[in-house]
Unconditional design. Structure first.
Length: 263
């Protein structure tokens, strides 16, 4: 059974949770990572079950014959954290064939509110940790073929001026995709980036949920399962001819110009 690492699995309503559930049901063994203090410091808060409760819920939802799920709480702002993640996954399951770098540090702030501290933290988590995870993943001597899946948030499609620390560093993920894919392609390792568009993971106010759905061509937000279906395909054998790409899976949100809002 293949093994996948999925970072950013901290809330049952989140994208990481849906991805981990789909890959485990594939079946794959899944090594998940989370850092509860980050969510606790955001408006949406941490999952009421706590990190271990989230993992327990994930295991309970899996069908018979699914892969095993293991968890590591780790702060990816620490320089050595990516190496510990890959080492721990290999110690538990052996070779890791799939890396899903779903983690992110969220931060608001326009040009006038920028601080060096927040910029450094977003860089460390969103960019540095992703690059080092890919480095550790690719350094596996016994890896033949593999899948790397990263995440951006559509910064290459429209501006996000009120979330500069987040948008600039997540935009770098899209930019690094081809540069990572090129050297790894000769080893049969694909590297692709996903832009899931607006996904309802509990961060928006009720009013914003209604308004965005009214403006969306399909009349709704994306769901974590929408994203997980694409990631499941990218993690599988059928996607082997696709690499170095940023895939926009947003139900038409990025091409909504000219589509009238719903009544």
């Amino acid at each position: 059974m293949k093994t996948a690492i999925v970072t950013g699995v901290s809330r049952r309503i989140g994208i990481g949770y849906a991805i981990a559930r789909r890959l485990a049901a594939a079946p794959m063994n899944v090594f998940v990572c989370s850092w509860e203090p980050h969510d606790a410091g955001q408006d949406w808060g941490a999952d009421p079950l706590g990190a271990e409760g989230v993992v327990a819920a994930l295991r309970e939802e899996l069908p018979e014959g699914a892969g095993q799920v293991e968890h590591l709480a780790v702060d990816l702002a620490e320089p050595g954290a990516p190496g510990r993640v890959v080492a721990a996954a290999r110690e538990r399951f052996g070779r890791v064939e799939v890396l899903v770098a779903n983690h992110a540090r969220s931060a608001e702030g326009g040009l006038g509110e920028l601080t060096a501290e927040e910029l450094d933290l977003c860089w460390a988590v969103n960019v540095r940790a992703t690059l080092l995870l890919v480095q550790e993943f690719a350094a596996q001597a016994d890896l033949e073929g593999g899948r790397v899946i990263t995440f951006t948030s559509g910064q290459h499609l429209e501006p996000m001026p009120t979330e500069l620390p987040y948008s600039v560093t997540k935009g770098a993920i899209e930019q690094m995709t081809r540069s990572l894919a090129a050297p790894l392609s000769t080893r049969g390792i694909t590297v692709n980036c996903v832009n899931p568009g607006p996904v309802d993971t509990g961060y928006a106010s009720p009013e914003d949920v209604v308004e965005l759905a009214r403006r969306h061509p399909q009349g709704r937000w994306g769901t974590p399962e929408d994203t997980a279906r694409l990631v499941g395909w990218l993690a599988g054998e059928e996607s082997g001819w696709v690499t170095g790409q940023t895939l926009v899976s947003d139900g038409g949100w990025s091409i909504r110009t000219g589509v009238p809002p719903r009544a």
